[in-house]
Design a protein. Structure first.
Length: 334
């Protein structure tokens, strides 16, 4: 469901909401009516005066839609990409819109990070980070600096059922190749058994990267017991952008938090501000505006230049196929 907004004045235009895509035919009702791996991606593509929306249902075809900016016209289908796609995400760089997603092969337990571009109407696809059989790439939100895209990731092993490693790469958007890479696994928190890289930001001189890690014995007896019941370690690093190497990394924060269901998410702004939630508490290296201090369980922060967005479970419960969340926003001017 999508509401149309006037991005210049901040006032709603048009009426109501539009159902853009219905995944009913691919929903596994034996597992539930929803899946939190199936969140859509949306972006304002100012180079072509349009909104773009991408959606897939956790291993389904990838669907792209577009609508003109400032128009009452609904979203219209742009392209359908056959395959097993999950986690679509848009990024803007160098006057282009890039679409990243995880793609799994038919009949093979793998999962590559792949990318398409508005340059050719999202027609061609290239592998950014390949996986290998029995493993799946889990990448955090990338960061853009000039013509480089920085990506940190761990790899899910189907055998161990754990997220392993911590890698950071610089990917050149012009050449379509990895320029540099660094293995940060030696800098994971102590006794780390299940590691998920999270917030990442890049400015002219510094890369700020974070991860959240469960220790041994992190798995509860049943998935429904996961809700705000497990502590994970948080680590935030700084690395010089021009000298991308583990030996140059500096730990700037170590902390603990109760994970909402999956690992705790850290959001990092390019100015160096970082933030994460610990149940109904907020942790940051900056003064937090009073309006942004949570009054209930909060999770999944997203810090922008003017606001903090985060999710709040409505019924005090959350699991991957049984959830009802609200999206909250507070003003936090950078």
């Amino acid at each position: 469901m999508v509401a149309e907004f006037d991005v210049n004045g901040g006032k709603a235009k048009g009426a109501g909401r539009q159902l853009v895509h219905d995944h009913r035919e691919v929903v596994d009702l034996d597992k539930g009516h929803a899946d939190d791996h199936a969140a859509p991606a949306i972006i304002q593509d100012v180079t072509r005066d349009r909104l773009l929306l991408a959606t897939s249902y956790h291993g389904s075809d990838l669907f792209l839609y577009e609508k003109p900016l400032g128009s009452a016209q609904p979203f219209k289908p742009l392209v359908q990409i056959a395959g097993r796609y999950t986690y679509p995400r848009f990024l803007l760089a160098n006057g282009e819109t890039f679409l990243l997603a995880r793609r799994q092969s038919e009949g093979v337990l793998d999962g590559d990070l792949v990318m398409r571009s508005s340059r050719d109407g999202f027609a061609s696809e290239q592998v950014v980070i390949p996986s290998r059989e029995g493993h799946v790439i889990y990448a955090s939100i990338p960061a853009i600096h000039e013509s480089s895209m920085y990506i940190q990731y761990s790899t899910l092993s189907y055998e161990s059922r754990r997220l392993e490693g911590w890698d950071l790469v610089e990917y050149d958007l012009d050449s379509g190749a990895i320029k540099k890479g660094v293995d940060l696994s030696g800098l994971m928190p102590r006794e780390c058994a299940h590691n998920r890289p999270t917030g990442l930001a890049v400015d002219e001189d510094v890369i700020t990267a974070s991860t959240a890690c469960f220790r041994q014995g992190f798995e509860p007896a049943k998935p429904e017991y996961r809700f705000f019941s497990r502590r994970n370690d948080i680590r935030i690093l700084e690395l010089p952008r021009e000298r991308l190497g583990a030996s140059h990394a500096q730990v700037i924060h170590d902390g603990e938090a109760i994970a909402p269901y999956y690992h705790t998410s850290v959001s990092i702004h390019p100015d160096g501000t970082w933030v994460y939630f610990d149940e109904a508490e907020i942790r940051s290296n900056r003064e937090v505006p009073s309006a942004c201090r949570p009054t209930s369980l909060s999770m999944y922060p997203n810090l922008t230049s003017s606001a903090l967005y985060h999710a709040v479970p409505v019924h005090g419960f959350y699991e991957s196929r049984n959830f009802h969340n609200e999206l909250h926003r507070c003003t936090w001017t950078r």
